[in-house]
Each structure stands twice: as structure tokens, then as C-alpha cells.
Design a protein around this ligand. Sequence first.
Ligand SMILES: Cc1ncc(COP(=O)(O)O)c(C=O)c1O
Length: 376
Amino acid sequence: MTFPVFQPFLGPEELAACGAALDSKYLGMGSFVGEFEQSLKEMLDLGEGRHVVTFSTGHAAMHLGLLAIGVGPGDEVITPSFNNIADFQAIDATGAKPVLCDVEEISLCIDPAQIGELITEKTKAIVAMDYGATLADHEGVAKVAAEANIPVIHDAAHSFGSSYKGAPVGHQGKLTMFSFDPIKNITCIDGGALVVDEEELVVPLREMRMIGMSQRIETSYKNKRDWGYDVHRLGFRYHLANLHASIGLSQLEKFGEIRQRRRTLYQAYFDRLDGLEDCITQGPLDDEIVPFIMCLRVPSARRESFKAHLLAAGIETGIHWRPGHMFTRYKNHRCGQLAVTNRIANEIVSLPFYPDLTIQNVDFICDEIRSFFKNP
Ligand SMILES: Cc1ncc(COP(=O)(O)O)c(C=O)c1O
């Protein structure tokens, strides 16, 4: 038996949903996308003040979110160096430059104490990303951002379904980005969304995702084409399609089960690994979290042999991530003192973590981990 790092949680419901979307004979952006946006709005309890727009990927959502708030050439956006390439590229695509910040030791999320040092008159946004099984210190980030009057974009690719201090993730920054790629807490195969706190941003975002066409959702969300559109602005082909949204809808219906399975598995890993010498987890599971990655930190000198030991037992592992400043394209970017990032970069390992994993599987994986550390 082999264990991949990730696996989507799919069943006959997704197949049935795809069948219904295909039967509609309208494969582009239509009624399923409209329904998915409405379901997200309800699930995230957004009320009237916040709005959802979906996209083809999380990266597309981040790119257009940055453009919508006016980020462009000559600007800077502060983001943790310990982040997914998608965010660096989204910033890059606007013509702005990512400025790389350190993370906090346990949460592995952006360090609010360092953000202030990196802010200049060029700073146009701060990206605060949640990582694995923890959330960023959003209050700390909001405080620094408010003092400098800079908007915060919450990268919640890892935290769909979690809450922060009682409010669902999606209520924190000016914009919140979700990813529904194949391995996320819910998947649309590929998909993304933005929650925005200003109604005025909604139409520009809808137009930009549709190569600038001013098609009205009143028509397209009925699976009808609108021939009277104009083009007012730059746009991209970044919309979500009906087929993908149909999968997202069926994933939302079983999100209660996804939440419970992910939480149980994280707790099982934590109970078995907590206190094991040379292994650092992200700590006990907070009640508000739906964990996405089960990450461990192991001594950097032994990481490769640790990975090889697990692989020999059929257990795949991942590295999330190699930090941005270690890539050729971003190595000369302005950055803070990246002491924690540099240390954890060679320690971090992701273990198999997906809802179909069983407690017996976790037992097996943790036994292999323990057997590795028994032999120094
Ligand atoms: C933190 C983070 N941000 C952004 C993205 C990009 O999302 P997508 O893959 O949907 O483009 C990812 C994807 O893994 C991610 O982990």
C-alpha cells in the first residue's frame, strides 16, 4: 500500500454533479457557478457587507484581487517568503514586486512584528497567509496595516472552513482568497474565489475574469449568452466553469464530513508525534481549525534520509515550501531578516493528509516515523 501526500475526497456525488453539469449542455460560466457563489456566501455567513466572486484558480483570484485594489508597476506587496509561488507570481503579474517577510516560529505565518520594518511609500498591500493547521495573527497584521493605511489580502488557500476568533475565515482582510485546487479542503478540480468587502469591486472583478467583457450575471448565470456586452478594461480568461462549480457544490454539501475527518486525522497524528524528540508539529489543534497540511519539522541534516526512509515504506512526503527568496526569480527581492524562514526551509516535511486516510494508516505512518528516529 502506498500513501500519497494528498488525495481529493471524491465519491458518486461528484460524478452525479458532473453528469448534471454536462447534461445542462452549458459548460462555461453559468448557473452552477452562480449557485456555487451563493452557497459559498451562505456557508461563510457573509451577510450583505461582503461579496463572493469565483475564478478559475486561486492564483487567478489573487492576481485579479491585486489589480482590483490598484496594485501595479512600481508598487510593492509584502508577503511571507514562506509562501506558495502562486502569490509571488500574482504580484509579479501586476508589475509590482513581492517584498519578502519572515514568519513566526510556531504558526509559520507572517510575522506582524517585521511587517512594519518593511513598509515604505511603495507598499500597496500585505498578503497574510494561513499555513497548514494554523492561522496567521490576523489581529496583529490588521493593527500594523491600519497604522499605515494599507489593505490586507488574506490568503486563505489553506484555511477554507476555519474560523478566526469566532468569525469564519473570509471576514478578516479587505480581500480573502480561497483556492479549490485538486488537493485543497474542497476542490473544484481547479477553482478559486475572492471575498471582497466593497460592492464596487464586484463588477470590475467579474469583468476582468471574463476577458474584460461586461456580461451580466443575470444572463450568464441562467446559462444564456449576453450579446450586448462592452469591454471597458483589461481582462483575462479566468472564470470558473459550470463543470468545475458542480464539483465544488457537491464538496460543500459534504463539508461537515470533510471537516470532521481532517480534524480527527490531525489529532491522531498529533497524539502520536507530540513530544517525539527531533519532531516539531504545528501544535495542538485549535477548535476553530480545519487543517489542510500535516507538517513536521525534522533536523535539516536528516530531512532527506527521513523522506527516503518513509518512501521505502510506501509513504510519500512533500515540501511546502522552498521559500520565495531561494528561487532565481525572487532571490534579489527586498526582504526582511528571514531567520525563521531560513531555518525551517530545510526542516519542513508534509506527511500524507487527506480525508480517506484511516487511523490505522496514521498508526502505520507514525510507527515508521518513530522507527526512523530510534536509529540516529
Ligand atoms: C498558500 C497558497 N496560496 C495560493 C495558492 C494558489 O492556489 P491555486 O492552486 O488554486 O492557484 C496555493 C495553492 O496551493 C496556496 O497553497
